[in-house]
Design a protein around this ligand. Structure first.
Ligand SMILES: Nc1ncnc2c1ncn2[C@@H]1O[C@H](COP(=O)(O)OP(=O)(O)OP(=O)(O)O)[C@@H](O)[C@H]1O
Ligand SMILES: [Mg+2]
Length: 212
């Protein structure tokens, strides 16, 4: 379980969303880099809601909903769920009332079409992104963490083949997206190796430096 974040909101001097604080963020990075762990801590720190597309899909599979039944086969093979399904789900989630105070998206956008769709969804809501965090770790570290997670959590997509395929898609389709966000001046690249709380501190510092 994650510890309590050490950085309080009052200590932050970071980029301003319309309400004068960081509110709308994306966290990117390869499988196993710690996005979910950091997303929960950052959500607490910034007083925003963490939205993980993978978690939403897994909850729908667990609940045997229509969305879950649609997504299941793609996820178990390590493939992306089709954009029209994922985009509609994200649009719906971002329209919910708890998102008005801000959000941190984990697992979306994952390809160029999703970047474009996120821009459209946010424009329709009258919002813009405040920052994009890219968490990094070398491949050996990722493989070691994913092997441990496979044992501990038993996710059906954490098979050697599923992991290989997801990392391949990440390298080919997702990693290149950071360049576009860097060009917009939104990207904060952060080393994801080390103590969980140190990584959180690094992210907060990096956002402040990049966006402040
Ligand atoms: N934006 C998306 N577009 C398409 N499919 C998605 C998207 N987000 C999640 N999925 C589906 O859900 C699966 C699990 O996603 P999730 O982000 O939880 O796992 P992951 O890729 O292993 O990353 P992490 O290690 O951070 O959990 C993906 O492999 C994919 O099938
Ligand atoms: Mg995750």
């Amino acid at each position: 379980m994650s510890q309590t974040p050490t950085t309080s909101r009052s200590e932050l001097h970071v980029h301003e969303g319309p309400e004068g604080r960081i509110t709308r963020l994306v966290i990117m990075g390869p499988q196993g880099v710690g996005k979910g762990t950091q997303a929960a801590r950052l959500a607490e720190t910034f007083g925003i809601v963490a939205i993980s597309t993978g978690d939403i899909f897994r909850a729908n599979i667990g609940g045997d909903t229509e969305l879950g039944r649609t997504a299941k086969a793609f996820i178990e093979k390590g493939d992306l769920v089709p954009d029209e399904v994922t985009n509609a789900m994200v649009r719906d989630r971002l329209g919910q009332p708890d998102v008005v105070d801000g959000f941190l998206l984990d697992g979306y956008p994952r390809n160029a079409a999703q970047v474009a769709e996120l821009d459209t969804i946010l424009a329709d809501l009258g919002w813009e992104l405040d920052g994009v965090i890219e968490l990094t770790a070398d491949r050996d570290e990722l493989m070691a963490r994913l092997a441990k997670r496979a044992e501990e959590e038993g996710r059906t997509d954490d098979t050697p083949e599923g992991i290989r395929k997801r990392l391949e898609i990440y390298d080919a389709e997702t990693a290149p997206l950071t360049a576009a966000y860097a060009e917009r001046g939104l990207l904060a690249e952060v080393d994801g190796v080390g103590e969980i709380s140190d990584v959180t501190d690094r992210i907060v510092t990096s956002l402040a430096a990049q966006l402040g």
